[in-house]
Design a protein around this ligand. Sequence first.
Ligand code: NDP
Ligand code: 2IT
Length: 446
Amino acid sequence: MDARLEKVFETVKTRDFSQGVFHQAVREVFESLEPVLAKHPEYIDQSILARIVEPERQIIFRVPWADDKGEIHVNRGYRIEFNSALGPYKGGLRFHPSVNVGVIKFLGFEQIFKNALTGQGIGGGKGGSDFDPKGKSDLEVMRFCQSFMTELYRHIGPNTDVPAGDIGVGGREIGYLFGQYKRLTGRYDAGVLTGKGLDWGGSLARTEATGYGTVIFAQRMLEQHNDSIEGKTVLVSGSGNVAIYAAERVAQLGGKALSISDSSGSVYDPNGIDIELLKQIKEVERGRVSDYAQRRGNGAEFRAGQKVWDIKADIALPCATQNEIDENDAKALVANGVKLVAEGANMPSTPEAIEVYESNGVLYAPGKASNAGGVATSALEMQQNSARQQWTFDDVKGRLDDIMTNIHNTCLEAADKYGKPGDYVLGANAAGFVQVADAMIAQGIS
Ligand code: NDP
Ligand code: 2IT
């Protein structure tokens, strides 16, 4: 890294010494910026680096709630409003026991550049809680969401900050959060949250958008090499919103998704994941991948405690969580013939894994480019809310396809411009960064 980048990075490490995943996200962006700074000395003069790593605002709050037995629990809530140069803060809420300020900051930092790449006029933010929705009743989840929103409502708004889902936050949680926002404010601000139900302001194709978008991105990458998803075998990890619709889109394009996983293990399904069964178990019953294997039969095998990366395939789509592919997993992917990795999750590959992809010629798309379809479609939901319209599924999906194609091409153009043709990491980081940095300069020191 360039000395000027190193200096800011050292400050981040000193100030936020316990936030390892945030350091990882900053380093990944900074490592791409040397050629950008060479062309844009004004970013140094204007201290863009030091400003961009510091969130504009960080909100941390107490979330007390009572369980079904009347016992009171206290969780911690977060909303980090990272950068508003391009628009209102936008980004999901994650409810998972592993959530802490470092996790939310890494996600918020990634979101700045991802949102810039969508071209939809949205700033970067992220939030969540260390609350674990697993095993809780609907009423417990509702009471938690109401308590969470009782603090959050004063910080958000359709033109201020627009949360959505992420791990542990889906349609049910967005419903409870929206209901409480409405009671507290007395306003039907449909555009204050995205991922809403289709009958009350949600967008068609938002549920599918992240997974579909990731596969569209992979398809565009393959087309650069006169290839396609058709006939390919694909490893999908996770079994939540992103994983389900990534697997569905793979099947629609003539490929075969061979796997899914959750925190208890993975499923190898040699005949291809049965999407309708997966949806029934995960979306309706809130079950586990072990239930899927049992009900699927047909050679499907549950592998307790195992990841999916040792299975032989052509393509890998990590769709679970950060750092789920380490160096050894990446080596296994290469040894088993994987030629392309496109990230549905945020930062699922460790830096060492990325080195393995690079040194073995694996085509690699970082999440901030390949999973941007979810937040892009959230921005389309905001547009529909402003216009009091609901567009058709095909209309939204068509726009999503166009946005993903644009992001893909923008990454390749930036990679060319900054001297590493075909490098999607450099392309995504440089293109996202330049857009945000230019807007920050235009808006003065803030
Ligand atoms: P869901 O909550 O719907 O699903 C998460 C899945 O990942 C589950 O299968 C879960 O298994 C697994 N998982 C989560 N944490 C861990 C962990 N620590 N170890 C092992 N498995 C884990 O979340 P999403 O599908 O929405 O999100 C998946 C990823 O995609 C995340 O990285 C998220 O940030 C990213 N993303 C999501 C977008 C969206 O629109 N939803 C948009 C862009 C990115 P288990 O049930 O056992 O916990
Ligand atoms: O990581 C992400 O981009 C998301 N969780 C989606 C955010 C959004 O605002 O739709």
